[in-house]
Structures are given as structure tokens and as C-alpha cells.
Design a protein around this ligand. Structure first.
Ligand code: NAD
Length: 493
């Protein structure tokens, strides 16, 4: 909201002017190099908010060199001392919650109420990793008589963190916390589409962390690749598409042996058994599609399997619920879905819809663009009549597009749910504990809900199997993934 007003339109004007007037650097540790400037668009209007220079090779070198220079002192601190500074960063960011939420709303097109929640989640996860600092322990191993065998979790040095556009601030904040607490310095690269809140974060925390401990570099694939290939970076953590994840694995392998963790996409199944609480499942099927993110969420339940005994009623009520999702300007109160992040993502989603229709899928609602708009809007879309070999049954749209399927037996639905190459989340709806347990074990997914969708629980490891990724985050597993074990054998006897 604009300072001193409750009027969202005034807020939008205030923060749009604020962004245009702000001097956007590349983060305090990076300075001013020679990369080209690119416009940052407001996806709700298609208009440019500002123009920001991308980092070039020299900027990347400088950020990594400063991270390297700072890494010795940072690693030598106790976990408690690092955690205290990460908590201090969280405190500063919390004080700027409103501003950071507006930046995300304006450059990502995501609803303001949701970006306030995202800002809170980012800060909360920073504090969670600060709390987890005491998990950085080693072991003693009784491997031989009279000697001492111990392990130490050691940081890598400079870590590269490459993030996507769909939770700009939440990812910028939460995904630097674990490597920092573990004793690494970090170079963060936000999406070139949504860099404002990450760049602002770097400005806000200047002076809170020692110089060089956290840098932000703004740019696209070339900047990401330069980080991946940098000789000083041995640990790369990536969140994004499987296509880029695999490109990163290839680039990393070209230049050395590096630790790469990947949080990738999903084509996630929600399965509704005949004994489910249907009202709750319907609400969850809408929540699970993350319409507030225009479906641009890796965990979205974009395949909904409903037992044939419920299918007709469920379909009718689900379509009505999706039609009631309110689309509009992301800063307007009560808006539940804004635009997609870019014209390219909008075209991509429309392409999926057109190809699904051409392949014979039945479009129940949506598939177009709401009337009267500039901006990159796609109306919430539901298909049925989708067969297993169709693209819409297998590929992640990363847009507000859902496919409904019927099923009759447990084996049939397990086979269908597991038939895709992804394996991020799954959601099972039943009151039968044995069935719930069996399904949880049989589904090929890294994160399973029984009678819920979309919720992430703090400390519970999140990540995918198959083409959805490598590694687990949001938990002690993530913290420890930023360390390597050193074993020391003190031969005393
Ligand atoms: P993307 O893969 O296109 O880009 C992600 C980031 O990688 C951006 O910062 C981009 O600039 C950078 N990049 C692009 N090419 C690169 C290269 N060759 N080397 C290094 N970096 C490069 O993804 P996106 O479109 O921003 O985000 C959407 C994808 O992210 C979806 O597939 C979604 O499912 C996935 N995602 C996964 C999770 C998860 O936790 N599993 C969370 C959010 C998003």
C-alpha cells in the first residue's frame, strides 16, 4: 500500500513511481560493469517498470572473487554467530515486508495478499535455518581401538544459488539462508524477469552481513552459466525447469566435478477415492492448483484423478469453483489470480491448450484470455477427456491448466499417476488409513499429502524424484547439503 493510504490503485501508482525512480544497481558487491540494460515489465499491463543492466563476465568475476575473499572468515565463525547475522538479515527484511511484497506484485504479477504471505514465509525460513545451525555436527566412529575417528561438516566456499520467477522474494531470502548458516558465501542469481525484490534485498542487508558474504547478480542464462562454470564454485543449487537443470548438469560436468542440487518441475497427481470428504477435496483441488500463482507453481496438482463413482458430480462442482476464481489486477483486493509472468509464458500456456484441443481433449472451461486486457492473462482452464498419451497428461504447463481423469481401481490410478516422467508432489484423498499409507508408499513423488494439497510444512524435506530433481530442501537435509564431510583419523595408539 502506498504510504499513508489504503487505496490499492494509489499504492500501485506509488510503488510504480518508486521503482522507476530507484537507482537499480547489481547489488552492493558487484558495482557497475558493462552488461546491457533490459526492461523489467509489469505483467498485468505489459508496461515497462524500469530498465536494469544485466551483469557481464566481469561482474560475475567480481562477485565470486568477493565471495571467495569473504569465505575464510565466514566459515571460521561459529554456527551461532552466522545464525545471529542471518536472523539480523531476517529482521531487516521483515521491516520492509510491504515494500518487498509490492515489488513482487509489480514485476511478477502475483496477488499482493499472496506476496505478503510469501514475504513472511521467506523471513520465517531464514529464521528456521538460523535455528537449525546447531544441526551442523560431526560424528565419532569407533572404527579402531585406541584411536579417534571423527567427521566435520565443512562448507564448500562460494555457492551459486539460481532461482526462478515464481516466488521472487520468498526464494531469494529462504534459499540463501541454508548455505550461509552452513558457512558458505553465496552468489544469488534471480530470474531476469523478476529481479527487483532480490536486488532490493541485497541493498537492504548491506552492512548487516560482512562484505562479499552475499551478492546478487542480475541476468539471464549467460550469467547463470558463467556462475555454473566458474572454477571457484563447486556447489550449485538450482530451482527451475528440468531443461535448464539438465543444461546446468552438462555445463558443470564440462568444467569439473561439482555438487549440483536441482528443484525442478512437476506434473502432480491428486487422487480422490470414493470414501473421501468430497467438499474438502474440491476446495483442495482449487487450492492445489495454486491459481494465486497463475498455476506457476512446481507443486501444483495439475492432474486430478477422481474415482468414477464421484466423477460427474466432482467435475461439475470443480468447474463451477474454478469459474468463480476471481481474475484481475494483482494489487486489487480479493483478486485470486493475476497474469502470467510474461508474454512468452502466456503464449506457452495457450499453446498447450490449443494442442490439447487439437489432440481431442475436452475443454470444460477457460483456455483463453479475459476480455479487456493488456497484460499476460490466461483464464483458469479445465480439461477432461484427456488420454494418457496426450501432451497435456504428461508435460508441465506451469500455468492455470488442469486435467481431470476418472479411475476405477487402486492399481489403475497408481499406474496412471506414476506414468509421467516427473515426481514432485502427490495428494491422496481417503479416510482409509491403510489405503492412505499404501498409496503414499506406491506413488513416485518426493512430497506426499494425505488429505491436503499445496501446504509446505517447516522442516519437512521438500524435493522431487525422477525428472523433478535431486536433493531435499526446506529442512535440515538442505542445511547439510551445503557441507561436505571431512573424516579425520587421529592415530593415538
Ligand atoms: P527456468 O529453468 O527457465 O529458469 C530458472 C533460472 O535459471 C532463471 O534464473 C534463469 O535465468 C536461469 N537460467 C536459465 N538458463 C540457464 C543456464 N543455461 N544456466 C544457468 N542458469 C540458467 O525456470 P523458470 O521459468 O524461471 O521457472 C519455472 C520452472 O521452475 C518450472 O519448471 C517449475 O516447476 C520450476 N520450479 C521448481 C520448484 C521446486 O521447488 N521444485 C520451485 C519453483 C519452480
Amino acid at each position: 500500500m502506498a504510504l499513508g493510504t489504503d487505496d490499492p490503485e494509489a499504492g500501485q501508482r506509488y510503488w510504480t513511481e518508486w521503482i522507476a525512480a530507484h537507482t537499480w544497481g547489481l547489488g552492493p558487491d558487484v558495482g557497475e560493469g558493462g552488461g546491457q540494460s533490459h526492461p523489467i515489465l509489469n505483467p498485468a499491463t505489459g508496461e515497462a517498470l524500469c530498465s536494469i543492466r544485466h551483469a557481464d563476465g566481469a561482474d560475475v568475476e567480481r562477485a565470486v572473487a568477493q565471495g571467495k575473499a569473504a569465505s575464510g572468515d565466514w566459515a571460521a565463525r561459529t554456527p551461532r554467530s552466522r545464525a545471529e547475522l542471518v536472523r539480523a538479515v531476517a529482521d531487516v527484511l521483515e521491516r520492509h515486508r510491504e515494500e518487498l511484497a509490492w515489488l513482487d506484485t509489480l514485476d511478477a504479477g502475483l496477488p499482493l495478499w499472496m506476496m505478503r504471505k510469501d514475504a513472511d514465509t521467506g523471513v520465517e525460513r531464514m529464521r528456521m535455518f538460523a535455528d537449525l545451525g546447531y544441526a551442523l555436527t560431526g560424528q565419532t566412529i569407533p572404527a579402531s581401538a585406541g584411536n579417534l575417528h571423527l567427521t566435520f561438516p565443512e562448507p564448500f566456499g562460494v555457492v551459486a544459488r539460481i532461482i526462478p520467477f515464481n516466488h521472487p522474494f520468498m526464494f531469494a531470502a529462504s534459499k540463501v539462508a541454508a548455505p550461509l548458516v552452513a558457512g558458505n558465501t553465496v552468489v544469488l542469481k534471480p530470474s531476469e524477469l523478476t529481479p527487483l525484490s532480490a536486488l532490493r534485498m541485497a541493498e537492504l542487508v548491506e552492512g548487516v552481513l560482512p562484505d562479499g558474504v552475499l551478492s546478487v547478480v542480475h541476468g539471464g542464462a549467460d550469467v547463470g552459466d558463467a556462475l555454473v562454470r566458474h572454477r571457484e564454485i563447486r556447489r550449485i543449487a538450482f530451482t527451475g525447469s528440468h531443461q535448464v537443470g539438465r543444461a546446468i548438469q552438462r555445463s558443470a560436468a564440462d568444467v569439473g566435478v561439482k555438487h549440483v542440487s536441482l528443484e525442478l518441475g512437476g506434473k502432480n497427481a491428486m487422487i480422490v477415492f470414493p470414501d473421501a470428504d468430497v467438499d474438502a477435496a474440491l476446495t483442495a483441488a482449487v487450492k492445489g492448483m495454486n491459481f494465486a500463482f497463475a498455476g506457476q507453481s512446481c507443486g501444483s496438482t495439475s492432474r486430478v484423478f477422481v474415482h468414477e463413482s464421484l466423477l460427474a458430480e466432482f467435475t461439475e462442482r470443480y468447474v463451477a469453483a474454478v469459474n468463480a476464481v476471481r481474475q484481475g489486477m494483482p494489487w486489487s483486493p480479493g483478486v485470486q489470480i493475476g497474469p502470467m509472468v510474461s508474454a512468452a509464458q502466456q503464449d506457452r500456456a495457450h499453446g498447450f491448450v490449443e494442442r490439447a484441443v487439437a489432440a481431442g481433449a475436452h475443454l470444460l472451461t477457460g483456455g483463453g484470455t479475459p476480455a479487456g486486457g493488456g497484460g499476460f492473462f490466461v483464464t483458469p482452464t479445465v480439461f477432461d477427456g484427456v488420454s494418457a498419451e496426450m501432451e497435456i497428461a504428461n508435460e508441465e504447463v506451469f500455468g492455470p491448466v488442469v486435467a481431470l481423469f476418472g479411475f476405477s481401481t487402486e492399481d489403475e490410478v497408481v499406474g496412471a499417476a506414476n506414468a509421467v516422467e516427473y515426481g514432485l508432489t502427490a495428494s491422496v484423498w481417503t479416510r482409509d488409513l491403510s489405503l492412505a499409507h499404501r498409496m503414499s508408499r506406491r506413488l513416485e513423488a518426493g512430497y506426499v499429502w494425505v488429505n491436503d494439497t499445496s501446504t509446505h510444512f517447516p522442516g519437512v524435506p521438500f524435493g522431487g524424484v525422477k525428472m523433478s530433481g535431486i536433493g531435499r530442501e526446506e529442512s535440515a537435509d538442505e542445511l547439510l547439503s551445503y557441507t561436505e564431510i571431512k573424516a579425520v583419523n587421529l592415530v593415538l595408539s
